[in-house]
Design a binder for this molecule. Structure first.
Ligand code: NI
Length: 135
């Protein structure tokens, strides 16, 4: 078994907020991410696939194909967007946390990976925190 990872970057705005809570409670729980007029993050996305290399090409998946899937399914849809408002596949009311975004990104990419298996979606929200989702 061998693993292959592609890194991508995007930036986007979001806000974490529970409508039924007071402003004070939202600020207490979500901190700066509850800023009423949104704020941005520079996200780094790592998509890892796994399997056995093809005996002829030596590849798990053609890196160009993997790049095109990630770009088409995720980056083009999220980059420079407001994650709370602009993205049709992010359900209304879903908290746009790193955790939930990793799951949504997995769901976008997973059906498109045919040649090998999707292993992990890792999403870094800042240099100090990230999530990993394994399906
Ligand atoms: Ni935030």
């Amino acid at each position: 078994m061998v693993f292959l990872t592609r890194r991508s970057r995007f930036n986007a705005a979001h806000k974490l907020w529970v409508k039924d809570w007071s402003d004070e409670k939202n600020m207490e729980i979500f901190g700066k991410c509850a800023n009423p007029n949104f704020h941005g993050h520079n996200y780094t996305l790592y998509v890892t696939v796994k399997g056995e290399p093809d005996p002829v090409t030596g590849m798990l998946i053609n890196a160009k194909d993997l790049a095109a899937i990630i770009k088409g399914e995720v980056i083009d849809k999220l980059d420079h967007k407001n994650l709370n408002l602009d993205v049709p596949f992010i359900p209304e009311g879903m908290q746009t946390t790193c955790e939930n975004l990793a799951i949504v990104i997995w769901q976008r990419i997973h059906p498109k990976i045919q040649q090998c298996q999707l292993h992990c979606v890792r999403l870094e929200e800042t240099e100090n925190i990230y999530t990993e989702y394994f399906g």
